[in-house]
Design a binder for this molecule. Structure first.
Ligand SMILES: OC[C@H]1O[C@H](O[C@H]2O[C@H](CO)[C@@H](O)[C@H](O)[C@H]2O)[C@H](O)[C@@H](O)[C@@H]1O
Length: 571
């Protein structure tokens, strides 16, 4: 195996307007179709993503010609009859290019499945959740492979597990928790196929995309590929899989530590730290939400302000937390989104985890020089966690805000007032990393802070304390956030931390169970104020399915079990 030096030289951030990855002609056209659809049908029940997910029956130029000939009124709308006729004649039904794929390793009750779940009711439900992997297993149709120009779905080589409902393609960070659930379900081949697809995207586009659609090529999502490889190796001991994965993991590390995603901060002791931010290569409306973004940006008169706002929207989508007051300079004004000028605690934790995972995986395959390099990088980042993000008074790690408009001129000097003191679940995500959860004094301090934070609610951990109507805010709770915090606390030697972890996990399991019994479905997010209720807010209607929720429930049940006589209803 030949490896080059994995650690990129220090870079400064991109000056000027920033990079943009152009969209395909098909996508530009589908955005026009989306605009016309909105004018034709109006806002009620309108999902803009539906139109950019359509695939063509024949070539683009014939379709565009027919579209341009549709009779239009002065406001640009087309009659419902004409529009429906056009869609029916020139497009396949949405979702026709994503076809069912029987998972090769699914069995109704795998040997050794959730051995600690003794309660028959809970076990029955867990088997139903396990069976949902079959419902959400997909591959691309042969038309996507042979005529990619007719589709926005990308031609992935292997089957995937999709989140569900409107999300009919594989998503990057969702896949980590899907894989955690697949491992509990003993579906190792399905888990590896997901990683193979993500690596295919990395090879083809230079980074792992937000999701497998043409409109996601301009951004990534929270980088958890190394964590997926680590977990799969941990369960399977498959050294060949590690050998194949290591070079792509190093490529991904370079991507996140070059140009646009890396910035330098000088701490109080004059030490420079290289830290990371989200930054999308896009400055127009997100195609999947184009009509929404245009309306949001209408308050800006100036083109360069509009472009910057569009970049903030896409960069926030890259963070996975789309959308949240976490990224707004003024939490009551959505147009103050400033994601590109924030160094987020969780992103830097994911990159620290990447460094530790790569060091471990390289050692596994005898690449000791790589291990040394990545351990050194992790030690530097660990220091940055104490000097840039840690807040001793609060007992939490806080996002660091760069000075507005000055993000590119050399190192910025750290200032205490630039730590965002608002409480978010992400402030506790460092607990997930063994470097931190192995320090019992630190964990005890952070556990106390978590208990007093206001985030711990009847049905789990709230995302923030602000009820803004955005989906990554109060009162929504999301499976990934519950999982990282619970897993971190439960690894600690502190009895108190482990008790808190178990308590949160049980509340989360209960709310998922009760909501499932009530609605017949697993949900994308839950309302942590009310046990048994799913969440809301945001730019699309609440979705069911749901990949990461299923994964986290199975992972929690595997870790904590459920005793025979313990009730599972909301108290
Ligand atoms: O269509 C709007 C946005 O939808 C996605 O974001 C949400 O769903 C993803 C899939 O479960 C999840 O990864 C993300 O955290 C959610 O906020 C999509 O990722 C966005 O890019 C898109 O604009």
């Amino acid at each position: 195996m030949a490896f080059t030096n994995p650690l990129s030289p220090p870079s400064s951030c991109t000056k000027g307007p920033g990079p943009v990855i152009p969209v395909t002609p098909l996508l530009s056209f589908l955005v026009r179709v989306q605009e016309t659809a909105l004018q034709t049908y109006g806002k009620l029940n309108f999902d803009p993503k539906h139109y950019v997910d359509l695939s063509l029956k024949s070539n683009l130029s014939t379709t565009v010609e027919a579209f341009d000939k549709l009779p239009k009124t002065e406001n640009g709308s087309v009659s419902v009859k004409d529009f429906e006729g056009f869609i029916g004649k020139y497009f396949n039904d949405a979702g026709d290019d994503v076809v069912y794929a029987e998972p090769v390793d699914f069995v109704p009750e795998p040997h050794g499945f959730l051995p600690k779940v003794e309660n028959p009711e809970v076990r029955g439900w867990a088997l139903e959740v396990h069976a949902l992997w079959k419902n959400f297993s997909r591959k691309v149709s042969s038309s996507v492979l042979h005529h990619p120009e007719l589709h926005t779905l990308l031609p992935l080589p292997r089957p995937v597990i999709i989140p569900g409902s409107r999300f009919t393609e594989v998503y990057y960070w969702d896949s980590y928790w899907v894989i955690r659930g697949l491992l509990a379900s003993k579906m190792y081949e399905t888990a590896k196929a997901i990683v193979t697809n993500l690596i295919f995207m990395l090879d083809t586009y230079g980074h792992v995309l937000n999701g497998a659609r043409a409109y996601y090529t301009n951004r990534s999502q929270p980088p958890l590929l190394s964590a997926m490889v680590y977990e799969i190796y941990d369960r399977t001991g498959d050294v060949e899989f590690v050998k194949k994965s290591l070079p792509p993991l190093i490529k991904e590390y370079r991507y996140w530590n070059s140009d646009i995603h890396e910035l330098i901060i000088r701490d109080a002791e004059q030490c420079n730290h290289f830290l990371n931010r989200y930054y999308a290569m896009w400055n127009k409306p997100r195609p999947e939400s184009s009509t929404i973004d245009e309306e949001l940006a209408s308050k800006f008169l100036n083109d360069s302000e509009k472009q910057q706002f569009y970049r903030e929207l896409a960069s926030t989508a890259e963070s996975g937390w789309d959308f949240s007051t976490r990224w707004m300079r003024n939490s009551s004004d959505f147009t103050t989104l400033s994601t590109t000028t924030i160094l987020p605690v969780d992103l830097n934790i994911f990159i620290l985890r990447m460094e530790l995972d790569i060091a471990f995986l390289a050692k596994t395959v005898g690449e000791n020089a790589i291990t040394e390099d990545f351990l050194r990088a992790s030690q530097k980042r660990e220091k940055a966690f104490s000097s840039i993000f840690w807040n001793e008074n609060m007992g939490q790690w806080l996002d660091y805000w760069l000075n507005n408009g000055a993000d590119c001129e050399g190192p910025q000097t750290w200032k205490a007032e630039n730590q965002n003191q608002k409480v978010f679940a992400s402030n506790f995500v460092p607990l997930w990393i063994d470097l931190f959860n192995s320090d019992i004094h630190l964990v005890e301090k952070v556990t106390k802070s978590l208990k007093n934070s206001g985030l711990l609610c009847a049905a789990g951990i709230a995302t923030s304390l602000t009820n803004s109507g955005q989906q990554w805010d109060f009162p929504n709770g999301w499976a990934p956030l519950q999982h990282m915090i619970v897993e971190g606390l439960s690894k600690s030697a502190s009895m108190e931390a482990r008790t808190v972890a178990k308590d949160i996990a049980e509340r989360w399991i209960k709310t998922n169970y009760v909501a499932y019994k009530k609605t017949g479905a697993m949900h994308e997010k839950y309302d942590v104020e009310k046990c048994g209720e799913f969440g809301g807010g945001g730019e699309y209607t609440p979705q069911t399915g749901f990949g990461w929720s299923n994964g986290v429930v199975l992972a929690f049940l595997e870790e904590f079990g459920w005793p025979k006589d313990k009730k599972i209803d909301c108290d």
